[in-house]
Structures are given as structure tokens and as C-alpha cells.
Design a protein around this ligand. Structure first.
Ligand code: GAP
Length: 565
């Protein structure tokens, strides 16, 4: 086995790979993700090599590789239940039940001072990664629109679930129409009784005078306004096929049983792309899908009761497991986005929808799934919507939705892939993958990627004296031009570090005696607790480079002895 370094979003990622003979060919296969630090990666690789050589028992061999080689840290992470995460989020100011003082309201959540920052940073990073490309335009449609949009899209007629109650344990849930009579209760395996069909779109009246008002809907997906506005956006942006239109915003679904904290909400946000091509157009970016391996669980594997397989996305496309190049490309891209922001690759897989579970508009759908504490669940959907939506809007609006291709021929584009991600589910992923309990420190350390961290820098004067506070305030004034900075002067330095570890603050700056004389400060790194000394005049640039991973912490200043944690 050997270590491979890959650069993703400017950061180094280390992977363990192995050479496998297949017939006459020797191929390189992914084994595990080793983290971002070279020395730690080498240590992990050594441990894994030892562990794997000890594992020869057949019952263990049958389990998937990534389950065999979890590090201790990952095991700890897994033990955190969704309710424990919800408690942590409430305690630290990330998320509260909406209107909690009145008992909350199922499926609605308020984001506190840290949660709002984290959520905004997720959306900001998503927008930068997906929209700032030559082939993408970003829009912001309204939540309530002409109800005909939802008639055309098929949501009024076909966006329907069946409400069921378990005969044995009384569990209330929703199932798809095709699951009636087949699906058993996931809690006790009991039989379900149907309580009839329901449409999860929220309705509202537009117009204050009842007789004149119109019934409208709160949008259940952001996607539809991308289709309805397609012609205008294309004309104004002058984009040529292939190109995408992206949108981030609120969606609403009157879920029968909102549950599992942020996993299933009634009000949530989506980050969606409709990627338009002329039918048959090849994806020119397939090289980018090489060396990106993920657990793949195709419809065939599910039907034959096979285990998911770890496959390079490029190979999955070449072997026609993933049918279209664009589908494979966007899956690889989205997975890369999560990894570039610190998510743990061992918690991801992709699963193809079986033919009877696809949405009314989809030709083929894959989900990026995440190993939540409650099991593998959908994190992000990738539907091939063909030209269903544009055809429907053309039919209902009587407007021509065709555009000219490069040869000047009119075409009705196809959406061969729609990457659709819920902000709240991404929020959960980043929280789970960065939550660690540090035994030595005796507190939680939220090792969240610095680009996502709600507070980038906390500043502590070591003592509450005017000359120290003056320097701290001057630093804050300068840093606040770019970053969210916290001024924290109460409690021991250890307590202040602990508070900021739990909030995920990557850097803490201490103004001490030397700062008065030498005009420099210490910066403490959250993950290693190492400290460097940096000139106050260089602080803003140093912090910027650290956040963007353009410089290693130890090379950003003079390393100092650490006396306090
Ligand atoms: N435009 C396609 C679409 O909306 P979907 O699979 O229904 O497809 C896409 O939703 C994504 O939106 C999901 O993968 C999930 O991340 C998020 N999502 C859907 N329903 C949600 C809910 N009730 N609560 C939180 N997130 C949700």
C-alpha cells in the first residue's frame, strides 16, 4: 500500500491506495482517506497497514474496507447521535427549535449567532465553487410565484405522498405511492395502514381581499424558477450550451413527520443547479473524475443484494454503471466540494434510485448519501430530468423555450444532471465530521474548516488593563474589515480557548506583555494548540493566508513554547 497526495481547493489531501492485479493489468485502488497532514497521514497509514495485516478473519473480511479501518477519532464521531448533536447546537448557539419559548413548531428551526454564520459560509462557499465558472449563471427567484408554474411542473398533480400509520407501534410517516402494501415500518417492521394521499406543498392566498385573492404555493424546490426563467437568463447572460443555472434559497414542504433534527424540515434551503446540454453533448471535463473513488451502490447491486463497491467515478462511467458522463462529472464535483471543506470521505457513498422510486420528472437519479448516525441517508440528489421541465413550461405557457445552438439550430435543451443539495443537510455533515471530544483538553473541539468557521478569530487581552485592551481593540478594528472576529476578555485564558474550540474558532490571538513592547501577538491554532508569534502589522494578511490554506501554520510566524492549552 502507498500514500498519494491530491490537491483539492488549494489544500493537500492524503489517501492510502493499493496496487491490485486484475488479470494481466495492475491497477491502483483507493483504500482510505488519511487526512491533510503529511506526518499524521504516514502515522495513520502505518497503523492501517498493521491493522489490515491482522485482519484475516472471514467475517471481518466481508465487511467493507472503510468500516475496518476507521480511526479512533471516527469511531468517537459516530457515537454522537443526532439528538446529542441537536443538544450541542442548542447549547452553543448554532440551532434552536423555532419559537422555542412557545414549545417550538415541528420542522421549523432558528439558527443562532454561530449557526447563522456557519449556514451563510456554507452557502458562500457553495456559490463560489459552483457559480464562479465560465459556464454558470446564478439567480435568485421568489418563494411565491405564479401557481401555473407548479401545474406545469407536475407538482400539483404528481408531487404526492401517502400518509401511513404503523399498526403495531403507531409510527406516523409518509411513503411513496409505489411502496403501498410493500414497505414495512422502519421502527418495528410492523404493517402500515394507509391514511390517504397528500400533497406536501404549503398553500397561501395572494391578495388581502378574500374574493379577489389567488391560491398560490410556497415553492417546494428552487429548481422550477430556473426552468421558468430559463430563456431570459440565457438571453441576458449570453451563455451557450452546455451551461448551468444555479440558485440558493428557501423551499417549503409540509412534511408529514419532520424529524431527526435538521434532516427533515418543513422550511429549509436548497442549493440547486440545472445543467443544460444539447442532447448527446459530451462532457469535456471527464479527466477530473479520475482518481475520485467512492462507494457505488447501483440499482443492479441493490436488486441482487450485493454490497456497494468502491469504484473510481471515471470507471463507474466507463463501465456504464453511471450512464451519462455529465452525471458522473457532477457527482465527482459535488463530492470534491464536500472533501475540499473537510468532510470525511469514509462517510459518503452514491446510490442509484430503483426504477419505482424515481420522482415524476426523473429519467435516472443518483443520490450522494451520507452515513448519518441513523443510517445511510440522502444528502444530495442528482436527477436526470431530460427536457421534461422545459417541455412542460413550453406547453403550459405557450412560449417557445428553445434556444439556438452553436450552429444556429433551435434546440430544447436537456437537464442531464440536477445537483440538488439541502443547506441543512450539508450543515449536519460539516458538524458531524468536525465534532471531536478532546480527552486531554477536556472539551469539544469543533475542527471545522476555517472557511466555514462561524468566527474566524478570537482576541484575548491577557489581562483586563487599558493598554492591553487598546491593542486588542485596534487589532479587531483592522481584522473586522475582512473577518468575523470575537473579542473575549472574561475568564481564564484556558476557559477562553475551550469556549472557542467548541465554537470552532480556528485562531485565537492573545495580547500579552510582549505585545506592548514588541508590537507582536501569539496566534494559537485550534487543532494542534501550537502557537506562533506574528507582528501586529502582518496579522490581517497572515490570518487571510491561514484561512485560505495558502500557508502552513508553523511557517506563518515564529513557533513559541506553549504553556497554556
Ligand atoms: N429539485 C429536486 C429536488 O428538490 P429532492 O430530492 O426532493 O429533489 C433535494 O430534494 C435535496 O433537498 C435533498 O437531497 C435534501 O438535501 C434537501 N431536502 C429535501 N427535502 C428536505 C427536507 N424536508 N428537509 C431538509 N432538506 C431537504
Amino acid at each position: 500500500m502507498y500514500i498519494v497526495k491530491k490537491k483539492i481547493g488549494g489544500a493537500d489531501y492524503y489517501y492510502l491506495r493499493k496496487a491490485v492485479r486484475k488479470g494481466k493489468k495492475v491497477r491502483s485502488e483507493f483504500v482510505a482517506y488519511l487526512g491533510k497532514n503529511k506526518q499524521e497521514a504516514e502515522k495513520k497509514a502505518k497503523e492501517m497497514n498493521e491493522k489490515i495485516s491482522n485482519i484475516n478473519k472471514p467475517e471481518i473480511k466481508q465487511k467493507h474496507m472503510e468500516e475496518k479501518i476507521e480511526s479512533k477519532e471516527e469511531i468517537k464521531q459516530k457515537q454522537l447521535t443526532i439528538d446529542e448533536l441537536a443538544n450541542f447546537c442548542k447549547k452553543k448557539g448554532f440551532v434552536y427549535a423555532s419559537g422555542e419559548i412557545y414549545g417550538g413548531l415541528g420542522g421549523f428551526w432558528d439558527f443562532g449567532h454561530l449557526g447563522a454564520e456557519l449556514k451563510n459560509n456554507i452557502k458562500k462557499e457553495w456559490w463560489k465553487f459552483h457559480v464562479y465558472r465560465d459556464d454558470m449563471a446564478g439567480i435568485d427567484g421568489s418563494i411565491i410565484t405564479n401557481p401555473k408554474v407548479w401545474e406545469a411542473s407536475g407538482h400539483v398533480k404528481s408531487f404526492v405522498d401517502v400518509a401511513v400509520v404503523c399498526k403495531k407501534c403507531g409510527n406516523k410517516t409518509k411513503i411513496d405511492k409505489h411502496e403501498v402494501g410493500k414497505k414495512k415500518c422502519e421502527k418495528c417492521n410492523g404493517e402500515f395502514v394507509s391514511k390517504g394521499e397528500f400533497n406536501p406543498m404549503f398553500t397561501t392566498q395572494v391578495g388581502p381581499i378574500k374574493e379577489d385573492s389567488v391560491q398560490a404555493y410556497l415553492r417546494p424546490e428552487t429548481a422550477q424558477l430556473i426552468f421558468a426563467d430559463f430563456k431570459l437568463v440565457q438571453e441576458n447572460s449570453r451563455l451557450q450550451l452546455p451551461f448551468g443555472i444555479a440558485q440558493v434559497g428557501k423551499s417549503f414542504r409540509n412534511e408529514l413527520s419532520p424529524r431527526e433534527f435538521l434532516f427533515r424540515c418543513r422550511e429549509f434551503e436548497q442549493m440547486e443547479i440545472e445543467y443544460f446540454i444539447e442532447e448527446g453533448m459530451k462532457c469535456p471535463y471527464m479527466e477530473e473524475t479520475k482518481a475520485v473513488s467512492i462507494l457505488v451502490y447501483s440499482e443492479e447491486m441493490q436488486k441482487k443484494n450485493k454490497e456497494p463497491e468502491l469504484i473510481e467515478i471515471y470507471d463507474a462511467w466507463k463501465k456504464e454503471i453511471i450512464k451519462t458522463d455529465w452525471h458522473a462529472y457532477w457527482i465527482a464535483k459535488e463530492y470534491e466540494w464536500f472533501l475540499s471543506l473537510g468532510a470525511n470521505p469514509n462517510n459518503f457513498r452514491i446510490r442509484q434510485h430503483c426504477s419505482d422510486e424515481k420522482s415524476h420528472y426523473a429519467v435516472d437519479t443518483w443520490d450522494l448519501e451520507y452515513k448519518f448516525p441513523m443510517g445511510w441517508r440522502e444528502l444530495q440528489g442528482f436527477a436526470n430530468r431530460s427536457n421534461y421541465d422545459l417541455s412542460q413550461h413550453q406547453k403550459y405557457s405557450k412560449q417557445n423555450m428553445e434556444i439556438l445552438n452553436k450552429e444556429g439550430k433551435k434546440v430544447l435543451p436537456h437537464v442531464v444532471c440536477e445537483p440538488s443539495l439541502g443547506v441543512e443537510r450539508a450543515f449536519l455533515v460539516f458538524m458531524f465530521d468536525s465534532y471531536f471530544y478532546d480527552e486531554k483538553r477536556g472539551n469539544v473541539v469543533l475542527k471545522i474548516n476555517s472557511k466555514l468557521a462561524p468566527i474566524k478569530v478570537a482576541i484575548f487581552p491577557i489581562v483586563k488593563q487599558p493598554e492591553y485592551e487598546k491593542i486588542a481593540k485596534d487589532i479587531i478594528e483592522d481584522l473586522r474589515k475582512e473577518f468575523n472576529v470575537l473579542y473575549d476578555k472574561s475568564g481564564s485564558i484556558g476557559r477562553r480557548y475551550a469556549r472557542n474550540d467548541e465554537a470552532g474558532t480556528p485562531y485565537c490571538i492573545t495580547v500579552d506583555e510582549d505585545s506592548l513592547k514588541k508590537k507582536d501577538v501569539t496566534i494559537r491554532d485550534r487543532d494542534t494548540t501550537k502557537q506562533i508569534r506574528v507582528k501586529i502589522s502582518d496579522l490581517r494578511e497572515t490570518i487571510r493566508k491561514l484561512i485560505n490554506r495558502e500557508i502552513e501554520f508553523e511557517k506563518a510566524g515564529k513557533l513559541v513554547e506553549t504553556r497554556v492549552k
